[in-house]
Design a protein around this ligand. Structure first.
Ligand code: KG4
Ligand code: ZN
Length: 344
């Protein structure tokens, strides 16, 4: 079974073809970093226009790379939410048109369910194609910071989330304050390399062991205040490392707490921030000490990509699900509603 997936929820136009073993047969992506860099963040209208410009050539290239005609696909999937509405509509509409013309099933996919599938892409020989349910998921992206108890595919219970900024935003805003470019996560991580992560004692919010929520706004303020006070003398490398350490500590602590509370021995990390090396190191280390196995997507599939959408769509199609041609984009769409409401 082979499914083509389209991702256009934010600033990446991505198209991929994936089979039921998670093997990626085609993988095409156009990143809009250059389009938005001058603005320090994503400009929604420019994102929609760039998606329109690139979607058709990317789909053509993906089909070519996979060596398939549209009629040979077993389905077409597109991220239908959450995300920027104008951006989502481009991929969604194109996917419907492609599926309709080829006479194959169409399915709308939840972007975060796509991220959840990313650890199962392009596995090596002998690796398990799926980890056993239930497991705890740490979803960390530009718009989400959530701990999700995944009872089965499609059955998600939210157990903790950020009360203010998403962790990706904390990285992006921190990067701006440090005078770094967009996207901020990789920039902060790069500056932090070789820095001393305990140089500045940045606050860890919500230390209460009963709580599984996150908060990053106090940390952001602490960084702003520290930079103002330190002025020209600031050792930016150490500050970036300490800022990153505060974020990583909060994510790891609450993730392990969530595993403890639900009795989960497996933790899956997904979303753009999952590419962070320190987060991966600390989760593997502290998780290992606590007897919890941490699973990460291949680095390439941490940030937005078409393959994760294709695999989530494939799994839904395998269950006999289909979306109607009337399916609309859903800019706000809690993942925990999936089980109750189906796929949109
Ligand atoms: O999942 P994603 O590609 O898009 C959304 O769905 O939001 O996540 C993007 C976020 C951005 O905030 C970016 O700064 C962050 O992921 N990010 C990172 C790293 N790579 C990407 N944050 C920390 N360290 C990284 N290496
Ligand atoms: Zn994403």
């Amino acid at each position: 079974m082979k499914v083509l997936g389209i991702e256009s929820s934010c600033d990446e136009t991505a198209v991929a073809v994936v089979d039921d073993a998670g093997r990626v047969w085609a993988d095409q992506i156009h990143s809009q970093i250059a389009t938005h860099a001058d603005y320090g963040g994503v400009v929604p209208e420019l994102a929609s226009r760039a998606h329109i410009q690139h979607i058709a050539p990317l789909v053509a290239r993906a089909l070519d790379e996979a060596g398939l005609a549209p009629e040979e696909l077993d389905g077409v999937a597109a991220a239908s939410g959450p995300g920027l509405v104008g951006a989502l509509l481009v991929g969604l509409s194109f996917a419907k048109g492609l599926a309709m013309a080829a006479g194959v099933p169409f399915i709308g996919v939840h972007h975060m369910e796509g991220h959840l599938m990313s650890p199962f892409l392009n596995l090596g020989p002998g690796e398990k194609t799926e980890i056993d349910y239930p497991f705890m998921a740490l979803l960390v992206s530009g718009g989400h910071t959530q701990l999700m108890n995944v009872k089965a595919f499609g059955d998600y219970e939210l157990v903790g989330q950020t009360l203010d900024d998403a962790v990706g935003e904390a990285f992006d805003k921190g990067a701006k304050m440090l005078g770094l470019g967009y996207p901020g996560g990789p920039a902060v991580a790069k500056l932090a390399e070789g820095g001393n992560g305990s140089a500045v004692a940045f606050p860890r919010a919500l230390r209460d062991k009963k709580r599984l929520d996150f908060s990053f706004s106090g940390l952001k303020t602490a960084l702003r205040t520290y930079l103002l006070e330190a002025g020209e003398e600031a050792h930016k490398r150490d500050i970036a490392a300490s800022y990153q350490e505060a974020i990583v500590d909060a994510l790891v602590t609450k993730s392990l707490l969530a595993c403890g509370k639900t009795g989960s021995r497996r933790l899956v990390v997904a979303g753009g921030v999952g590419a962070n090396r320190r987060l991966r190191e600390e989760l593997a280390r502290r998780g290992g000490e606590a007897g919890i196995d941490a699973y990460f997507p291949p680095l390439k599939y941490c940030t937005d990509n078409g393959a994760m959408v294709a695999l989530a769509g494939l799994k839904r199609l395998q269950r006999g699900e289909r979306s109607g041609w009337e399916l609309n984009a859903r800019p706000t769409w809690p993942l925990s509603e999936m089980g109750r409401e189906g796929h949109g």
